[in-house]
Design a protein around this ligand. Structure first.
Ligand code: HEC
Length: 87
C-alpha cells in the first residue's frame, strides 16, 4: 500500500529549515543523519519503523517534539533525540 502524504493547508515551507531538517533526517542532502536508518531514505520506510509520509504526528509541533525530542515512544523502539531544537 502506498501511503497518502499528509495534507497541511496553509503550511508554508521555509527552504532553509527544510534543508536543515533534511540534513538531520539524513540521506537526502548527505548520507549521514539520524532517521534514515529506521525510517528510510526520503522517509520511504523500508519495513519496521513507520512510514512518516502519512504520519499525522508531523502536523502538530508539540506531538512531533514529544515523539522526537521528549522520548514519548522510547518503549516502542523510537529512541528520541533531546539535543535537537524546535528548528
Ligand atoms: C532506532 C530506530 C529509529 C530511529 C533512528 C528513529 N526512529 Fe522514529 N520511530 C521508530 C519506531 C520503531 C517508531 C514507532 C513507535 C511506535 O510504535 O509508536 C517511530 C516513530 C516515529 C514517529 C511517530 C510516527 C507515527 O505516526 O506514529 C515519528 C514522527 C518519528 N519516529 C520520527 C523520527 C525522526 C524525526 C527521527 C530522527 C531524528 C527518528 N524518528 C529516528 C524508530 C526509529
Amino acid at each position: 500500500m502506498v501511503p497518502e502524504p499528509v495534507q497541511a493547508p496553509g503550511f508554508e515551507i521555509d527552504a532553509g529549515l527544510a534543508l536543515q531538517g533534511a540534513r538531520e533526517f539524513g540521506g537526502l542532502v548527505e548520507f549521514k543523519g539520524r532517521c534514515t536508518f529506521c525510517h528510510g531514505i526520503g522517509a520511504l520506510a523500508a519495513g519496521w519503523a513507520p512510514d512518516l509520509r502519512d504520519s499525522q504526528i508531523v502536523l502538530s509541533a508539540t506531538a512531533f517534539a514529544n515523539v522526537v525530542r521528549r522520548r514519548s515512544r522510547v518503549n516502542r523502539g523510537m529512541p528520541g533525540f533531546p539535543d535537537l531544537t524546535d528548528s
